[in-house]
Design a protein around this ligand. Structure first.
Ligand code: GLA
Length: 388
C-alpha cells in the first residue's frame, strides 16, 4: 500500500505548505482476453490492490502545473497552454489528462500535484492507467464538479496514451482502473461497452503473478505494430465484402480470414487468427466460471499463452520459461498477462500446489537468469476514488 502520510509530507514540503485532496486509482490484472480490446472483443480484467495515489490542489494560477513524482524524487513544472507540454514521460500523463479533461468541458487551470505508486513498473499491470485514472478522478473533482462520467474518464485516459504517450492502446486498462470493484472481475464487451461484474472467489484456488522483471517498452512499438496487422486484415476483408460493415476483427469470421490469407501474408494472418480465437476463449471462460469449472478456465489460459507466444509473438524467453515451470508443477492455468514483451505471467493455482510451485519457479528462474521472479498474490480491489 502507498503510504498516504508520506505523500502528504512531500506535498507540504515541495509546495506552499498547504494540503490538498488525495485520490487513488489501481493497476489491473486480466484473467483472459488479451489484445482483444482494440479489436472490439471481450476482456476479463479486475482492479488490484496496488495503484497510484496523488495529492492535488488548485494553485490559483492560470495554467501552471507544479508536479512532483515522489518515487523518482523528480520535480517538473509546466504550462497547460504550452502546446508542446513537458518532455519528462511521467509528466506527460498529467499534461495529457489535463488537456483531455479540458476537451470534455472541465475548466482545468493551474494545480499542484505529488504522487506515488506501488504498481510494479513494466510488469504488465498498467501503472500508466493507474496514473491516468487517478489524475482524471482528481481533476474531475477539483475542477469539474464530478460531472464527467466514468466512461468519459476511461476514454480520456485512453486518449492520453494515444495523443501524448505514443501507445495506441485499447480501453481495457483504463476501464479496469476506473470501474474496478473489490472481489470482482469484470467481463467487458469492448464494442458495445456493456459489462458485468463477476464475483471471483475460486474455492481451493488462487491467482498469483510471477514477474519476470523483464521490462517491456510499448511506445513507438511492437504493440502498435500488432494493432496495425489486425487493422490491415480487417481492411482486406472489407474489400472482399463491400456489402458488409467491418470495423474490427470482431466483425470478421474464420472463413473471411481464410479468404484473405494469401493477400495479407503469414504474419498478419497468424495475428488475426490469435485474436479470433481469443474472443471465443473469453466467452468459454465465462461459461466455465459459471459452472465452477476452474480446470477448464486453466486450460483456456494455457491456450492463450500458446497463441500469444507463437502466433501473436508478444512473449519472450523468460515468460515462456515461467509458463513451462507452471505446467510442470501441475498449475491449473498460466499465461503471459498484459501487452507483452516482458512483465508477468498470471497463474491460477490450486492452494495445495502453491508453495511448491513458487519455490520451484524461484529456484529455476534464478539458476537460469540470475535473479528470482517477483511474486504478487492477487487481491482484487476497488477502482479510482477520492480518499480524503
Ligand atoms: C496493454 C494495453 C491494453 C490491451 C493490453 C493487451 O495493456 O494498454 O489496451 O491491449 O495491452 O491485452
Amino acid at each position: 500500500m502507498v503510504d498516504i502520510e508520506q505523500i502528504r509530507s512531500r506535498f507540504i514540503k515541495h509546495f506552499d505548505g498547504k494540503i490538498g485532496n488525495i485520490y487513488a486509482a489501481p493497476g489491473r490484472i486480466n484473467l483472459i482476453g488479451e489484445h482483444t480490446d482494440y479489436n472490439g472483443g471481450f476482456v476479463f480484467p479486475g482492479a488490484v490492490d496496488k495503484g497510484v495515489v496523488a495529492e492535488m490542489r488548485i494553485n490559483g494560477t492560470e495554467d501552471t502545473v507544479m508536479a512532483y513524482a515522489i518515487d523518482l524524487k523528480d520535480r517538473v513544472d509546466f504550462h497547460l497552454n504550452d502546446p508542446a507540454g513537458p518532455r519528462t514521460s511521467w509528466a506527460r500523463y498529467i499534461y495529457g489528462m489535463a488537456l483531455e479533461m479540458r476537451k470534455l468541458g472541465v475548466p482545468v487551470k493551474g494545480f499542484n500535484i505529488a504522487f506515488s505508486g506501488d504498481v510494479p513498473l513494466g510488469a504488465g499491470m498498467s501503472s500508466s492507467a493507474a496514473m491516468e485514472s487517478c489524475f482524471a478522478c482528481g481533476l474531475n473533482d477539483l475542477f469539474g464538479e464530478n460531472k464527467v462520467s466514468l466512461w468519459d474518464m476511461v476514454l480520456a485516459g485512453q486518449a492520453t496514451e494515444h495523443n501524448y504517450c505514443g501507445v495506441n492502446c485499447g480501453i481495457m486498462d483504463q476501464f479496469a482502473s476506473v470501474f474496478g470493484k473489490a472481489g470482482c472481475l469484470m467481463r467487458l464487451d469492448c464494442r458495445s461497452r456493456e459489462f458485468e461484474y463477476f464475483p471471483f472467489k475460486p474455492d481451493g484456488y488462487r491467482l498469483v503473478l510471477l514477474d519476470s522483471v523483464v521490462k517491456h517498452q510499448l511506445a513507438g512499438s511492437p504493440y502498435n505494430d500488432r494493432r496495425n496487422s489486425c487493422e490491415n486484415v480487417v481492411k482486406h476483408i472489407a474489400e472482399h465484402h463491400p456489402e458488409g460493415k467491418f470495423e474490427t476483427l470482431r466483425d470478421c469470421t474464420w472463413e473471411q480470414l481464410e479468404e484473405v490469407k494469401a493477400e495479407v501474408g503469414e504474419e498478419d494472418y497468424r495475428r488475426a487468427k490469435f485474436v479470433l480465437g481469443e474472443k471465443d476463449r473469453v466467452l468459454a471462460v465465462c461459461e466455465a466460471l459459471n459452472e465452477g469449472d476452474y480446470e477448464r478456465v486453466g486450460e483456456l489460459m494455457y491456450q492463450t499463452h500458446e497463441g500469444l507466444s507463437k502466433d501473436y509473438e508478444v512473449s519472450c524467453e523468460e515468460l515462456d520459461f515461467l509458463n513451462d515451470i507452471a505446467k510442470e508443477n501441475g498449475v491449473t492455468g498460466s499465461r503471459i498477462m498484459g501487452g507483452g514483451f516482458g512483465g508477468c505471467t498470471i497463474n491460477l493455482v490450486r492452494n495445495d500446489l502453491y508453495r511448491q510451485f513458487i519455490a520451484d519457479a524461484k529456484k529455476r528462474f534464478n539458476e537460469k537468469y540470475g535473479h528470482e521472479p517477483k511474486v504478487y498474490d492477487v487481491i482484487i480491489g476497488d477502482g479510482a476514488r477520492k480518499l480524503c
